[in-house]
Design a protein around this ligand. Structure first.
Ligand SMILES: NC(=O)c1ccc[n+]([C@@H]2O[C@H](COP(=O)([O-])OP(=O)(O)OC[C@H]3O[C@@H](n4cnc5c(N)ncnc54)[C@H](O)[C@@H]3O)[C@@H](O)[C@H]2O)c1
Length: 241
């Protein structure tokens, strides 16, 4: 008698409580993927949760998240680490809060992305997937949202380093940056009720693409920055580098 051992795929969703993060957790669950959410709160739809303490500094967050994930995984390896933590804040140089906002953007986007990279280095399988959250506008100047642009540009740079030889990732690992313009999230719907949503990228479409990459289908080459563009409700990908 033949016995097939089916190994459930495993994926960390960093920022698993956000608009996009929840959609990805739900989508991967339907596809039979075991999910671990890392966020400041729990996502009950995930199979496991690791909580980040915002009172911790950058290095303490990395140490505590890595240690908690090690305890949950018990030596098992991950198929994917998808980071969609982040946020948005505006402001140019005359905005009294622009540096404060830049500090928050750095913490939300760059701290989380570097910790996600550490998780991948320690726990990803060979040929595993690492995805970090960039933003298309940050491929150019972003005068109305300077801190956001700086943080996202740093992520773009990190993706390129991770996609280079000797990045420390397991062999054959694929590091990609997703660069949306506007996502069709509940929060964007709430705060921009009159906007033209035909150019907003649906969350299910992002989740579908990420699941394809997780299954090693249609992956761009490692280090790619992948713009996600939507026109008249149709989403397509464009490589930026
Ligand atoms: N919403 C958009 O239109 C849009 C456009 C371009 C890029 N993006 C980027 O896509 C990603 C997903 O967007 P979203 O709208 O789902 O964001 P969101 O604000 O709904 O969710 C972000 C999640 O990240 C978590 N988070 C923030 N800092 C964290 C930290 N240090 N550690 C752990 N968790 C942390 C938050 O608690 C939240 O659950 C973000 O990186 C965002 O900047 C979004």
């Amino acid at each position: 008698m033949l016995i097939f051992r089916y190994k459930m795929r495993k994926c960390v969703v960093y920022g698993g409580c956000g608009g996009l993060g929840r959609e990805i957790v739900n989508y991967l669950k339907i596809k039979g993927v075991w999910t671990l959410s890392v966020d400041i709160g729990s996502n009950d739809a995930a199979d496991a949760n690791v909580l980040v303490s915002l009172t911790d500094g950058w290095t303490a967050q990395e140490k505590n998240v890595l240690s908690a994930i090690g305890v949950v995984l018990k030596g098992e390896k991950l198929d994917g680490v998808i980071n969609v933590a982040g946020g948005w804040a505006g402001g140019n140089t005359v905005d009294p809060d622009w540096v404060k906002n830049a500090d928050l953007m750095w913490k939300q986007s760059v701290w989380s992305s570097s910790i996600a990279a550490s998780i991948a280095a320690h726990h990803l399988k060979t040929e595993g997937l690492l995805v970090l959250p960039g933003a298309r506008p940050a491929t150019g100047g972003t005068p109305g949202m300077m801190g956001y642009g700086m943080a996202k540009a740093a992520i773009h740079q990190l993706v390129k380093s991770l996609g280079s030889e000797c990045s420390g990732l397991p062999s054959g690992a694929c590091a990609l940056g997703i660069l949306p313009v506007t996502l069709d999230t509940p929060m964007n719907r709430k705060f921009m009720p009159d906007a033209d949503t035909s150019t907003w990228t649906p969350l299910t479409e992002v989740a579908r693409i990420l699941n394809n990459w997780l299954e090693n289908r249609e992956r761009p080459s490692s280090g790619s920055l992948v713009a996600m563009l939507t026109e008249k409700g149709n989403t397509f990908l464009l490589l930026e580098n």
